[in-house]
Design a protein. Structure first.
Length: 539
């Protein structure tokens, strides 16, 4: 029997849908960026070519998907997933038509896998510009090659992009979103960023200072900031405190194990940043660190004179006594908190007013003011000069805005000069802040406060709360103090210049109160040593 057609009813039937010219299809279009989507030209071109291809093949289009921007680096795309779901539910669909195979996927093997799984369900992916016979072995192989080349192209682009970002980071330029507290004065793709501290950043700086000086809770810091007008979630503070960007450094996952000196202005010093993170680091010693610092106000404030390591504190439960300890490996510097507190009180006693009787206080304050002005005359004049420049810039900004409002200059000119002037103003204000934020107008108030505190410093510290103790400590000794364990004594590195004067002036007044009028003193003998900068009072 040569005619076997009678056996057709016994032949195995294909499980896939027939791929004939009368099949139905969906069209999927996409672009990679939002800019391309908004331009719309590429999307329209893709759709046009796909529709022409379908008409040529006699394929009916029943749905369109995509039409927006979706990166094909991942196959977890909203429109792409929506299209796959539709195709799987609608049994009449035989084709997915795309402009080119890289529009379908740029994930290489994964894209080929998805295409193969669709083919098993009777759905073939076709390219309007890369026409191949996907039902043949060679055509299927060629289709997979397109997917692999698309992935390879992605990886080349990624490597090039990463290399560019690495180079930019290593030059000290930040990439990515602008950190909280900063403004980029030179925004735009391809431009070198100019990061400056904005008004929020100036307020955020208080958080670092409070944490360093008082080690108060995050909630307390947030509450204080709110009173100044800055509202942030307390959970974000930990991120800010641990971000080296705020002390002028750059770290990034693009350059692992590297620390780069950034070109942006630092919000706080590196020393302050490290001090904060010493406070945040968990104690790894064998001692149980006391959670209630009321009994250990000098913790982290006192450093070892031998190595500069900060002292921590602990409680010996069996004795109910607190101790300070230097955690340097091999160090054996443990000291009773009671003894160290008394020694600190004795140290403060050297800076309290020693004159008997309040009638000499006005004379003391008068001499302090004259000595302070003499000592800081050059710096005071420089701050005053810079403040005049800031005021001039403010006037220029007002005139610039007025000219823009009356159409005397274009928006481009306005933006250009406004950014330039704002940048100059920010730099000057930062310079003024670095010099102590003091001037003759508030000097009387500072000296008045200093004199009141200095009348009984030891008692104020001894009976004050933890916040008061730490405020006094940081006001008196802005860089902390050293403890010489071998000689059992404190050593000071830098003393607030006003309090340094109190010791000298009050002593001279005491010695001369029966012989010489204060106004006749030789100022040169009272001037404190070089390098003693004025510090704002924190109580």
């Amino acid at each position: 029997m040569k005619d076997l057609s009678v056996f057709n009813q016994f032949a195995a039937k294909t499980k896939s849908k027939s791929h004939n010219k009368q099949g139905k299809a969906v069209i999927y279009t996409r672009v990679s960026t939002k800019e391309q989507a908004e331009n719309n030209q590429s999307l329209e071109t893709q759709k046009k070519y796909c529709e022409l291809f379908a008409a040529k093949k006699g394929i009916d289009i029943i749905a369109h998907f995509g039409g927006t921007y979706e990166s094909a680096k991942s196959d977890e795309r909203k429109e792409f997933t929506k299209m796959l779901s539709f195709v799987k539910r609608n049994k009449s669909v035989s084709y997915i038509i795309v402009y080119s195979y890289d529009r379908f996927s740029r994930t290489g093997a994964n894209g080929a896998y998805i295409s193969d799984q669709l083919k098993k369900q009777g759905v073939v992916t076709l390219s309007a510009t890369q026409e191949i016979d996907v039902n043949s072995a060679s055509g299927s192989f060629q289709q997979n090659l397109y997917y692999m080349f698309s992935q390879f192209d992605n990886e080349l682009r990624r490597d090039k992009s990463v290399s560019g970002m690495q180079e930019k980071l290593r030059k000290g330029h930040w990439i990515g979103s602008v950190p909280f507290g900063y403004t980029n004065l030179n925004p735009g793709k391809g431009k070198e960023p100019k990061m400056v501290v904005n008004e929020q950043g100036k307020l955020l700086k208080y958080a670092f200072i409070w944490k360093s000086r008082e080690n108060i809770t995050y909630q307390e810091i947030v509450n204080r900031l709110a009173k100044k007008g800055l509202h942030i979630p307390y959970k974000r503070l930990s991120d800010y405190f641990r971000n080296p960007f705020y002390c002028g450094l750059i770290v990034s996952s693009h350059i692992p194990d590297e620390i780069i000196e950034g070109r942006h202005e630092a919000l706080v010093s590196k020393e302050l940043f490290l001090q904060i993170n010493d406070l945040l680091t968990k104690n790894k010693s064998g001692y149980k660190q006391n959670k209630d610092d009321e009994n250990l106000p000098l913790k982290q404030f006192v450093k070892s004179a031998a190595c500069g390591t900060s002292y921590t504190g602990y409680l010996v439960k069996s004795k109910g006594l607190y101790y300070y300890k230097n955690n340097r490996i091999g160090a054996k510097e443990n000291k009773s908190a009671k003894i160290m507190h008394q020694k600190f009180i004795d140290l403060l006693g050297k800076f309290q007013i020693q004159i008997k009787g309040n009638r000499f206080i006005p004379a003391l304050k008068d001499v302090m003011k004259r000595v302070f002005v003499e000592q800081n005359r050059e710096q005071l004049e420089e701050v005053e000069r810079q403040q005049l420049v800031v005021n001039e810039i403010k006037s220029k900004l007002e005139r610039l805005e007025e000219r823009f409002v009356f159409d005397e200059i274009s928006k481009e000119q306005y933006d250009k000069f406004r950014i330039q002037l704002e940048s100059e103003k920010l730099e000057l204000n930062e310079e003024i802040n670095r010099k102590g934020s003091f001037n003759l107008s508030n000097l009387d108030n500072l000296i008045e406060k200093a004199a009141q505190y200095a009348l009984n410093l030891p008692k104020l510290w001894g009976s004050g709360s933890l916040a008061t103790k730490r405020a006094i400590q940081n006001m008196m000794f802005p860089e902390g103090i050293l403890f010489d364990f071998k000689n059992d004594t404190y050593r000071t590195t830098r003393v607030n210049s006003i309090f340094a004067l109190i010791n000298s002036v009050s002593t001279v007044l005491g010695e001369n109160k029966n012989r010489t009028e204060p106004n006749n003193f030789d100022l040169s003998c009272l001037v404190a040593g070089a390098g003693l900068e004025p510090t704002a009072f924190g109580l």
